[in-house]
Design a protein around this ligand. Structure first.
Ligand code: GLU
Length: 441
């Protein structure tokens, strides 16, 4: 019996070791972080000797929860919960956006920060991965309240961000104005203007030409590459887009300019459909005026669930996580899914799509155009020398195409999905850096 107790590996008495993950970090803990862990597990067999360091990827390096109290316009004080998670900094400073949304949780921000580590390594920009957010519905706030919320949050996370430490950027429901307030707040606390602390800033405050369109342009660029590989003619393709903001709206515009028909668009307000193709410039103007695609004419209105049955060749989920699930993956008609959003497809849905021969171009490569031009912005801020839009777009397209080609080859070599291939490329880069740096102390 004593021998039994002395053996920590005995299945009857499984001993806690330093490798045991706390329950909130485990894959069966539902949600985006659990999905991310499953994605890492699928890759571990391909990591060779670097698998020794794979545990690094399963834990965020640092996670900060902050209370964000603000005075509302009616004089009362409201408290919001905010987060900044630095998943990994082996290859450089943390980098990733900040989202304001009523469903933001620590687990979600952890997953989003991890996907930033993978994405930044996949396109080989010299960053780790980070993400932030506040659980708030910004539509319920006045402009003044939103500014106070942003400033207090920035001040609270100011202890871990900085131009060489962790560089936030826009994400869901944050924009250039929010970045301007973040830059100003950080700079006021530092006593010196630090434009490089955030990216996605207004052009007049050290922002970069081409940044606003960069994520959508990247989605389009790698989407066209993928379409060519499966013999899909983009100029004749029917496209369905979920989310018509900075990512889906721009990607939809670029596909339409290439001759594709955008036949269906869904957002938080509803779902619209037009078989002959929606007038995308008019739809963008409608969204700018009304905040949603709902009410746009001429178009039919569909029930939200019918979006997944739409006859199309390319589907672009460009909204939130966990949209393509085992409940709808079998109904999708598209031959190509381009993930503009972060984490839109669950692992079960990934498997269903793969069995059905639907090519999924994963988020960690498809939407990497945004952070790629964020990198250009950060470099320009440091050097105080600004590039032309043509130069930025040309460099963006080159990086995206090269990253896609590398991932495509790995997928062919190992006979794995593009997601697993992207994770293989990215995890190897991260863990190689980890290994070279070694453990401290
Ligand atoms: N929020 C964007 C993303 O998910 C951009 C992040 C950045 O530019 O740092 O990739």
């Amino acid at each position: 019996m004593s021998q039994h107790h002395a053996n920590p590996a005995s299945p009857a008495h499984p001993a806690a070791t330093t490798h045991a993950l706390p329950s909130y970090l485990q894959a069966d803990h539902l949600g985006p972080w659990g999905i991310y862990l499953q994605q890492v597990d699928r890759v571990t067999p391909y990591l060779g000797h670097l698998a020794r360091w794979a545990e690094t990827l399963k834990r965020p390096k640092r996670a900060l929860i902050v209370d964000v109290p603000i005075q509302l316009d009616n004089g009362t004080v409201a408290h919001f919960e905010g987060y900044r998670v630095q998943h990994n900094t082996s290859r450089g400073p943390g980098k990733g956006g900040v989202r304001f949304h009523q469903d933001v949780t620590l687990s979600e921000v952890m997953a989003l920060s991890a996907w930033m580590s993978i994405k930044n390594a996949a396109v080989n920009v010299p960053y780790g991965g980070a993400k932030g957010g506040i659980r708030v519905d910004p539509k319920t706030l006045s402009r003044g309240e939103l500014e106070r919320l942003t400033r207090r949050y920035t001040s609270e996370i100011g202890i871990i961000i900085g131009p060489t430490k962790d560089i936030p950027a826009p994400d869901v429901n944050t924009n250039e104005q929010v970045m301007a307030w973040m830059m100003d707040t950080y700079s006021m606390n530092e006593g010196a203007t630090a434009t490089g602390v955030v990216t996605g800033k207004p052009i007049d405050l050290g922002g970069s030409l081409g940044r606003r369109e960069a994520t959508g342009r990247g989605v389009y660029t790698v989407g066209v590459e993928a379409a060519q590989h499966i013999g899909l003619d983009v100029s004749k393709a029917r496209v369905a887009v979920q989310g018509f903001g900075n990512v889906g709206g721009i990607a939809g515009k670029l596909f339409a300019q290439a001759g594709a028909r955008v036949v269906a668009v869904q957002d938080h307000g509803g779902t619209i459909y037009k078989e002959s193709g929606l007038d995308v410039p008019a739809l963008l103007a409608h969204v700018a005026a009304h905040g949603t695609v709902a009410g746009f004419t001429p178009a039919e209105t569909l029930a939200n669930d019918a979006f997944w049955d739409v006859d199309c060749d390319i589907l672009i989920p460009a909204a939130l996580e966990q949209q393509i699930t085992k409940a709808n993956a079998g109904r999708i008609k598209a031959k190509l899914v381009i993930e503009g959003a972060n984490g839109p497809t669950t692992p079960e849905a990934d498997d269903i799509l793969q069995e059905r021969n639907v090519l999924v171009l994963p988020d960690v490569i498809a939407n990497a155009g945004g952070v790629t031009v964020s990198y250009f912005e950060w470099v320009q801020d440091f050097s105080s020398f600004f590039w032309s839009e043509d130069e930025i777009n040309a460099r963006l397209v080159r990086i995206m195409k090269e990253a896609f080609a590398g991932v495509w080859n790995v997928a062919q070599d190992h006979k794995v999905s593009l997601r697993t291939a992207t994770f293989i490329v990215a995890c190897k880069r991260i863990l190689h850096a980890r290994e070279l740096r070694g453990l401290y102390p």
